[in-house]
Ligand binder design. Structure first.
Ligand SMILES: [Fe+2]
Ligand SMILES: [Fe+2]
Length: 503
């Protein structure tokens, strides 16, 4: 069928055709409203005639919209946006219906609840259309073409938006052309490894010999997660978690930091967020500690960027290691940096360890600091406190001061490794305001197995309690299980010591 798409676009006929499209659309609204009023007055036949007129007006509106090229001829991107909007529409109409009901208009609310379901059904229809009819190569050109996004409805314009006339508006919501922004391809995702841990305030803020200024009963949530930077052109890791074989941690009264229980090993967690190890082109290491370098060995084909100091310390010698000297000069208020990709900067920030580094990602007008262990919990950043873990105290102080200065001068999302605030900030794009610390969230019930010192016989369930000992067999109270003679046996079932497990 011959296409009339954009037939009058750019001609003297365009303005009239546009006005007609709008006029006919208004006609649809008017005739359906009249049809409703007619039904309410018992004039069903009149209502049917209004509906017939409305449907013809709807056809006309679509016709004129086609003539002026209001919607893209290659409409698949639009269908995708509409699909999302319709699915969201169900909840927003339902919410409005609730307000209408709360205002006492039950009858109207009843009808609107049906409309809400219809919006959801439109989403299903769009999904079916996409699944069954969208050509496999539709959108293939998109990766090469520029994409612009409507800030209000999310409509994606593919191509050169500057070629559209100045009065061009979003085909979906009518936003002006000037509101559209280039679509960012950058994505930062958390690779979540441990959850539901805690750290004490003296650990997180005690710095150098000042733990007694802080309250050991105050605890902050703790986790372990590293990050993936997907620039759209390549996939870059920041740190590689704990080694696969790391044992579960055990908590007792003296524990200062417990990263929590393991969710997944690093490579599995990476796959969970959508990346295979073979896809990774580069790895940026913040520092040498095992919870940041654990699975480097799983990426033999990725370039591993690590500061020379840390690489030497770890005695890394595989050919994919890039000993980094940060030779690209200053980045903002940091003295030494290396540009890794567009918008991705690797920055020397020593103190926590002597070769410690951080990563700053620029995207959408914001700066994301992925900082490793500059602080363990964000409250320490706000309160300008170092943790008790550092190799070079003065350098760590200087790094923290620079991070804070950077945050004051640039809208920054603080992306941490050892607090769930790291991914919570990231997901909410929450910009740090150093003068307004968010209310700390205490950890929940810690379910970690606590090492009690007691042992239990795996055969008969007999418990060895060091506070009691085994006086019948000459073991005095106060003897730790570890200190029992090798030939000691279960007093009940006479199984060997090796049959016992920690309780
Ligand atoms: Fe560390
Ligand atoms: Fe760490």
């Amino acid at each position: 069928m011959e296409s009339l798409h954009g037939l009058v676009k750019g001609t003297a006929l365009e303005a009239d055709a546009k006005a007609l499209a709008q006029g006919e659309a208004n006609g649809v609204m008017m005739y359906y409203a009249l049809a409703r009023l007619a039904t309410e007055q018992g004039l069903d036949e009149v209502a049917a005639k209004f509906i017939e007129a409305a449907n013809q007006e709807a056809v006309h509106a679509g016709f004129y919209a086609t003539l002026v090229g209001k919607y893209p001829k290659d409409f698949w991107a639009l269908v995708e946006t509409v699909r999302k909007a319709e699915i969201k529409g169900e909840a927003s109409i339902k919410a409005f219906a609730d307000k209408v009901r709360a205002a006492g208009f039950d009858k109207a609310a009843d009808e609107m609840e049906i409309f809400a379901k219809q919006e959801g059904h439109h989403g299903v229809l769009m999904t079916e259309i996409i699944d069954n009819y969208k050509p496999k190569d539709a959108g293939a050109k998109k990766s090469a073409a520029k994409v612009y996004v409507c800030p209000v409805c999310g409509y994606e314009y593919v191509g050169d938006i500057d070629k559209e006339p100045d009065d061009w508006t979003c085909p979906l919501c009518g936003q002006p052309k000037s509101a559209f922004r280039p679509k960012s391809k950058m994505k930062i995702k958390a690779v979540k490894l441990y959850e539901n841990g805690f750290m004490t305030q003296p650990f997180a803020m005690g710095g150098k010999g000042e733990t007694d200024k802080f309250d050991p009963t105050v605890k902050y949530r703790s986790t372990l997660q590293n990050y993936v930077i997907d620039t759209g052109d390549e996939v870059i890791l920041v740190d590689t978690g704990m080694p696969l074989e790391a044992p579960d941690m055990v908590v007792d009264d003296k524990t200062q930091i417990y990263l929590g229980s393991r969710i997944k090993d690093y490579v599995s967690a990476l796959k969970e967020v959508g990346y295979e190890p073979e896809q990774i082109s580069k790895i940026l290491i913040t520092h040498k500690h095992a919870d940041h370098t654990g699975e480097l060995r799983s990426f033999p084909n990725a370039k591993i960027y690590i500061s020379r100091v840390e690489a030497d310390d770890m005695k890394l010698d595989t050919p994919n290691v890039v000993r980094t000297d940060f030779t690209d000069g200053p980045y903002k208020n940091f003295e030494r940096s290396q540009k890794i990709a567009d918008g991705v900067y690797y920055i020397f920030a020593p103190g926590h360890t002597k070769g410690n580094s951080i990563i700053i990602v620029e995207d959408g007008g914001l700066y994301y600091i992925i900082h490793g262990d500059v602080t363990y919990t964000d409250e320490a950043l706000y309160k300008n406190r170092l943790s008790v873990v550092f190799e070079d105290y003065d350098a760590a102080l200087d790094t923290l001061a620079r991070v804070r200065q950077f945050i004051r001068e640039n809208p920054t999302v603080y992306v941490s490794t050892h607090t769930p605030l790291g991914y919570e900030n990231l997901e909410a794009k929450r910009v740090v305001d150093l003068d307004n610390m968010p209310e700390p969230i205490p950890p929940g019930e810690i379910k970690a197995a606590k090492a009690t010192g007691k042992y239990i016989c795996s055969i008969c369930g007999q418990v060895y309690d060091p506070a009691v000992g085994d006086p019948d067999h000459g073991i005095p109270a106060g003897t730790a299980f570890e200190d029992l003679p090798a030939d000691w046996k279960c007093p009940r079932c006479r199984q060997p010591k090796t049959a016992f497990n920690p309780a």
